[in-house]
Design a protein around this ligand. Structure first.
Ligand code: FRU
Length: 527
């Protein structure tokens, strides 16, 4: 750690008090984190770098923290990888494995890992007030990093040019590096290309479009085969937006289209507001357009999602920051604050005639399968009916995450609902319900314990959900202070933080206003 960091080090971190520390979601041991950075798979290890304040529990002193994992569920935190100094904070970015040693930082036999990050320059720097892209490299498989001495490598003399995601593009004209970054306050994604990661040439830009009522941040661009068909590959452009997401505050939208090595052209079906929602003057029409945008997650707490470089078998695995800038600095945990979402595998599937993302949480370990391996309580040998009644499920288990999976025919019910972190029959808790009249999946955390730490925290989220053969299919991952919902095989995803009371650890399932058929119901634990 640099002397600059040592000088600013806070006194001993306070003891853990909250009981909210998740079992299978990454948290820093005793400090603040935000965006995942530099996600890369290398030599059998998943590396998670992250926006980190090495000295405290609120945003500041931005540096890249570092953790590694073999299974994407259990992480080991390492020393700060790239530290801020007098001249720059280290903002978000990506890491590539420079297999061809194009940068010259490694050798042909031992490729360097190269980090492309945003230098947020401070007053002591000659670039003061600007954000520009810089390099750091590691020749020991990601454990220690050197800043490149000719930084920054790409500037636009802009105060809001950041969050570079770099990938290797292979096209008809050969192979080169592509950088996707943002002009955050212009709601614009900018594309550059390079042969050596050091000198960059402008290609094109994209935006504003769709959700643009806040800054655009942390973009990503990657190809995926539609329905697994390698002859039908589409490109997905992820654009995180803050504020102005569908659930309020921070969130991730995406576009589906084509990329030819120069330009991203979205499919017409993925653009609902060609000039951006902000340009729609009628508030009702603007709100309706926001609902039509493509969202990675309909909850309050999934932001800055980006994908791994170099993942095995060309799989596309993302991690998001499980938080929202609306209240991020006030979460009631100490001394750590904030966690990441689960790693989620992305696929493109045809939904209503268009290619759309589906997500599966990677719960099996080793990132190889989406199956849940843990002890599984089979609660239903045979389908059964739940009519205007409530059923107790296994309680939450301290130290473990719970995975609740259910296939339900809501039938004539007004609402089928899971009550999580409840305390006694009939208590509300955190409610995940399917409402037949509105056709919405609703996550209501208004009675989920501590909601008062920020005025914007108490909330109800909803997502349109289409039953399939009349069936609602949900997989709910509950982990001490979070609820992640993957519905209809991952077509609809909702992620919310919750801070329940210590004595509220019961789970219930209710059917109101009629009879629902419970076709499958399992509750597993994973620690
Ligand atoms: C997104 C973000 C990025 C920036 C980083 C700073 O949450 O604002 O745009 O690089 O956080 O910590």
């Amino acid at each position: 750690m640099s002397s600059y960091l040592d000088a600013a080090r806070l006194e001993t971190a306070p003891a853990e008090t909250s009981g909210f520390r998740p079992a299978i979601h990454f948290t820093a041991r005793d400090t603040w984190l935000n965006d995942p950075n530099g996600l890369v798979f290398h030599d059998g290890l998943y590396h998670l770098f992250f926006q980190n304040n090495p000295f405290g529990s609120v945003w500041g002193n931005m540096s890249w923290g570092h953790a590694t994992s073999h299974d994407l569920l259990h992480w080991t935190e390492h020393a700060v990888a790239i530290a801020c100094d007098e001249k720059e904070d280290i903002f978000s970015g990506s890491v590539v494995v420079d297999h061809g040693n194009t940068s010259g930082f490694g050798t042909a036999d031992a490729p360097a890992l190269v980090a492309i990050y945003t230098s947020a320059f401070k007053a002591a720097s000659g670039h003061s007030g600007t954000q520009a892209q810089s390099l750091a490299y590691s020749t020991d498989a990601g454990m220690t990093w050197q800043k490149y001495d000719a930084n920054p490598v790409l500037t636009r003399n802009s105060a809001h040019f950041r969050d570079p995601k770099v990938f290797r593009y292979q096209g008809r004209d050969g192979e080169f590096w592509v950088m996707v970054a943002v002009e955050a306050q212009h709601q614009t994604v900018v594309f550059y290309r390079s042969e050596d990661l050091k000198s960059w040439e402008f290609l094109s830009d994209f935006g504003p479009a769709n959700a643009d009522q806040g800054e655009w941040e942390c973009p990503d661009l990657f190809p995926l085969a539609v329905d697994g068909d390698s002859d039908n590959v589409k490109w997905v452009l992820i654009v995180n937006v803050n504020p102005g997401a569908v659930a309020g505050g921070s969130g991730g939208q995406y576009f589906v289209g084509d990329f030819d090595g120069v330009r991203f052209i979205p499919d017409s079906g993925s653009v609902v507001a060609p000039a951006g929602v902000a340009a729609i003057s009628d508030p009702t029409a603007a709100a309706a357009a926001l609902q039509q945008c493509l969202w990675l997650d309909w909850g309050r707490d999934c932001y800055a999602s980006v994908s791994f470089s170099n993942a095995p078998d060309d799989r596309r695995i993302i991690i998001g920051w499980m938080n929202n800038w609306d209240y991020a600095n006030q979460l009631p945990t100490a001394p750590w604050r904030s966690s990441m979402t689960l790693a989620r595998e992305l696929r493109l599937s045809t939904v209503n005639g268009a290619a759309r993302l589906v997500q599966q949480p990677l719960l099996a370990g080793h990132g190889t399968s989406t199956e849940v391996p843990a002890a599984r309580a089979q609660l239903t040998a045979d389908p059964f009916e739940l009519r205007d009644s409530i059923l107790r499920l296994p309680d939450a288990v301290p130290g473990s995450a719970q995975i609740i999976e259910a296939d339900i025919l809501p039938g004539s019910t007004g609402q089928v609902a899971f009550h999580l972190f409840a305390n006694g029959e009939g208590s509300t808790g955190t409610v995940l319900g399917y409402n037949a009249a509105s056709g919405q999946l609703v996550l209501d955390r208004r009675q989920s314990g501590n909601t008062g730490f920020h005025e914007k925290f108490s909330s109800v989220e909803s997502a349109p959900l289409v039953l399939e053969d009349g069936v609602l299919k949900v997989q709910i991952v509950v982990d001490h202070c979070s609820v992640e919902v993957f519905a209809q095989g991952g077509k609809v995803v909702l992620t919310d933080l919750v801070f329940p009371a210590a004595d509220s650890q019961e789970n219930w399932l209710s059917a109101e206003g009629g009879a629902a058929a419970i076709l499958k119901l399992t509750v597993s634990t994973l620690a």
